[in-house]
Design a protein around this ligand. Sequence first.
Ligand code: DX5
Ligand code: ZN
Length: 221
Amino acid sequence: MTVPDIKIAPSLLAADFARLGEEIARIEDHVELLHLDIMDGHFVPNISFGMPVIASVRAITDLPLDCHLMTTNPVTYLESFREAGADSVTVHIEAIPDPTKAMTKADELGLGFAIALNPSSPFASIEPFVEDCSMVLIMSVEPGFGGQSFLPEVLPKVEKARAWIDGHGLATDIEIDGGVDPESAVAAVSAGANVLVAGSAVFQDPDPVAAIDRIRNLSGA
Ligand code: DX5
Ligand code: ZN
């Protein structure tokens, strides 16, 4: 198995929004990207934040902004996400079963492109599109809320995705999202994930940098 470099992507959903600047400043030298969860109240039963927050974050950090779109109609907003400062977007296959248009549009806009899979969606549903993705996101909780427990039953899907990507000679990142802590990170990395999203495990810890180091060291990065 070829696992590309490990990247840690703290999810801002678990940060204190009243002190977002300080929260980011504290961790930014210790992580590779920031994960921004956009929820529309339709695709998932929760609403988070949108363009103004992305633009404010863009203004205070040079870290790549990894925008996870839990929305029913992501294509409509790709240009606005780009303008707000997103570097990459992740769309859900359950929201757009044929993401070809989204992929083309993201490419035109210079956005990195990833497809996400809910826990019950099989890897086969995204297989035809993986070659054109910079990343695949495997949800390890039902999307919509932070602070849930990691679902180990998604690990075989991570293994399958890594085997497929390796088998095709690709360097596609595999991101795991939901309930990632030092312990589940080890399991996710062993299965082949290399981009670790962690919300609560980072921002709910009194020492977020130590929490990041624990995740990184234990997962062998
Ligand atoms: C859930 C989001 C996650 C979430 C992760 O729908 O996609 O990114 O913020 O939070 P934790 O790490 O607390 O599970
Ligand atoms: Zn997410």
